[in-house]
Write a new protein. Structure first.
Length: 343
């Protein structure tokens, strides 16, 4: 929903102030620090409207307002201004990318520790290395019973995989041979992980006599696991405990449990695939334990096929402009390192 200019300015001022102070923001604060031409009464009316629109919340302990997750989403999408890094901060990031850090694990841990120290947020660095995909050479269907056939897949590397299929009606051996020959010619070179989808596509074009067989293959052939090799480094897990949002012990313990569980951290970094940049706020993170957090991730595809994803995890009032500037500089430094290695 579009906001008139005055409401927009007031909301931005409230978010900016709350990010810095973590204290509910009142109309006098806005009038004194940001909108000196507006009276406190006028600002109070605008803040009341913003609350009705869902952009502000009222803590029970204060007369001030705090931004809602809806407000942070608007802030990130429309209000955000990059926060330039200092010369010292840029140099600090550049030092992380050193030719001496040849191992992926060493470089990832160095980045995780450095960025968590620099920003006071938790930093996770995930590197995905694709496994070698196996391609289909040919397949063979062998009858083993009246309504059961054995599917034999042979890859170009010579690997043989077998699975037993249930078909709707008995099929003559010569018909199975014909189906095997046709499918082998059409599917040669297809990655095994894509085979079920390709079979389903062919199913719609297959002749009536072989339609049932192809459908059975599409529905019953398990997809080849093509999980990547994942390396993960996490720095500054306890950093979030310094923020007032996590002064509650049970709440802090629940969050730390997530950050100490490899599978959950990998899931948090993987939710948006290989998007160059992603900002997820509150419930958008997908976990109950991180509903009061924001996660900013940036992914960089390397020349050898690996994908580096760096995620910064902090409270929803995180300094988004600073985080985005840090991740942008990381991308530039990583690009410079790769150019040096290719020289």
């Amino acid at each position: 929903m579009d906001l008139i200019d005055r409401k927009y300015r007031i909301l931005q001022a409230i978010i900016d102030d709350y990010i810095l102070t973590a204290l509910p923001v009142g109309s006098r604060t806005i009038s004194r620090k940001y909108e000196q031409k507006l009276s406190s009464a006028t600002i109070r009316n605008e803040m009341s409207d913003l609350e009705e629109l869902g952009y502000l919340d009222s803590p029970h302990t204060s007369a001030g307002r705090v931004p809602s997750n809806k407000a942070y989403r608007l802030y990130v999408d429309q209000m955000l201004r990059p926060m330039p890094l200092s010369v010292e901060e840029t140099a600090f990031i550049n030092r992380c990318f050193d030719r001496r850090a040849n191992q992926v694990e060493d470089l990832s841990m160095r980045i995780a520790k450095a960025l968590s120290s620099m920003t006071r947020y938790t930093t996770a660095v995930m590197t995905r290395t694709p496994r070698n995909e196996q391609m289909l050479s040919h397949l063979q269907l062998v009858p083993v019973a009246d309504r059961r056939v054995l599917l034999i897949l042979v890859t170009k590397s010579g690997t043989v995989k077998q699975s037993l299929l249930e078909i709707g009606a008995g099929v003559a051996p010569d018909e199975l041979y014909t189906v095997s020959r046709i499918l082998s010619s059409q599917l040669e070179g297809v990655p095994l992980s894509q085979l079920p989808g390709e079979l389903m596509r062919l199913c719609g074009r297959s002749e009536t006599g072989i339609h049932a067989i192809v459908r059975a293959m599409a529905e019953q052939t398990p997809p080849e696991s093509q999980s990547d090799i994942v390396a993960l480094a996490v720095g500054g897990r306890s950093n979030l405990l310094s923020f007032p949002e996590y002064s509650d012990v049970e709440k802090a313990k629940a969050l730390l449990s997530v950050l100490e569980t490899r599978e959950k951290v990998v899931s948090l970094l993987s939710q948006h695939g290989e998007m160059e940049l992603s900002v997820r706020i509150g419930p958008e993170t997908g976990l109950e334990e991180t509903k009061d957090c924001s996660i900013v991730t940036a992914s960089y595809r390397l020349s050898d096929g690996r994908v580096n994803t760096i995620g910064m995890i902090g409270p929803t009032r995180m300094q988004y402009g600073k985080v985005l500037s840090v991740l942008s500089q990381v991308g530039r430094s990583l690009g410079d390192l790769l150019e040096e290695q290719n020289d």
